[in-house]
Design a protein. Structure first.
Lengths: 104, 222
């Protein structure tokens, strides 16, 4: 019986596996995340209307979250079907964001 | 991101021998499903916070009025650093670098513990300022009592400690799991061709980082 029909807890062992790929530029992404965090803190204390503050901060937070999901969790390189699964809670998040912006 | 990277990245999960259906091995699919349930969990907490905040604005204070934003921003930076050390550990074992795996796992554990430690310090300072969950002492917004000015109401403390506390618990559990993974790594349990455990704990750890990115913005900055 093949592993495809029995199911596997872990990926198959391949003792001859070499470096299978070039990794994403993890340190560059880390730098972007650090800069965005700094920008967020600076932006939060700017004297701007709350709607601009909230919108800008949420955009930066989502940007950071997407970077982590795509490159650190490697979602960008996963099968499309996993993408569908991973993005299934997005409607709830959109409702949440709509509520935030409406209240402001 | 360059197209070269995207094209060159061939994750081990895209393999004809792995479980069909979702195209990933079972343990990884299980972790993703678990993480999606965690998205629902944290979304409900954040949603409750937003509803309560706008329904009872008198209970909440402006960013920086009660919470220590610079300290937490530094803590956020530390958690981001722990994400990069985690992904470095994963990359190391993918390249067959056992020493690198242990080194980066240890770094992730230390930075994760530092995050929890700083959060404990933050809680201690806030409690010292009488900002505690569901306490009557600071329920009188704007009034001055013997110990000093009072800001915020019970809802602020309750929602703040619920959200950050649950996240802190997740980080603590993550650190404990990472210690377990490091212990296994020291016994040579992971190889270049078999390192599902490192990938699974990595997914969890990055998710915890991702949740904090959102929480930090909503709780501390907006």
């Amino acid at each position: 019986m093949s592993s495809a029909t029995t199911g596997q807890l872990e990926p198959p062992v391949d003792q001859d596996a070499g470096p299978a790929h070039a990794h994403p530029p993890y340190m560059l992404i880390w730098g972007v995340l650090a800069v965005l965090t700094l920008a967020e803190v600076g932006y939060a204390f700017m004297d701007l209307p709350k709607v601009f503050l909230a919108t800008g901060l949420i955009i930066m937070a989502v940007w950071k979250a997407v970077l982590v999901a795509l490159y650190y969790m490697h979602l960008r390189f996963e099968p499309k079907r996993l993408w569908i699964l991973a993005t299934s809670p997005l409607p709830l998040i959109l409702i949440l964001l709509a509520a935030v912006l409406q209240e402001f | 991101m360059s197209a070269t990277h995207a094209a060159a990245f061939t994750p081990m999960t895209v393999d004809p021998h792995t479980e069909r259906g979702m195209g990933v091995y079972n343990m990884k699919l299980g972790m993703w499903v678990f993480l999606l349930s965690e998205v629902m969990f944290f979304t409900s907490l954040i949603g409750s916070y937003i509803i309560l905040r706008f329904a009872h604005p008198e209970h909440f204070a402006a960013p920086g009025q009660v919470l220590n934003v610079p300290l937490t921003a530094l803590n956020t930076f530390f958690l981001i650093c722990s994400s990069v050390t985690m992904v470095k550990a994963f990359a190391a074992i993918q390249n067959g670098d056992q020493a690198g795996l242990k080194k980066w796992l240890l770094a992730t554990i230390l930075i994760g513990a530092l995050f929890v430690g700083i959060q404990a310090v933050e809680y201690t300072i806030l409690a010292g300022e009488r900002f505690v969950p569901v306490a009557e002492s600071y329920a009188t917004m704007g009034r001055h009592v013997e110990e000093g000015p009072v800001v915020g109401g019970p809802l602020y403390g309750a929602t703040f400690y619920t959200m950050t506390g649950f996240h802190g618990a997740h980080v603590t559990i993550g650190v404990l799991c990472l210690i377990f993974v490091l212990f296994r790594a020291m016994r040579g349990a992971y190889t270049q061709g078999s390192h599902g455990g490192v990938e699974i704990i990595g997914l969890y750890w990055h998710f915890v980082d991702l949740v904090w990115i959102i929480l930090f913005t909503i709780v501390y900055l907006i």
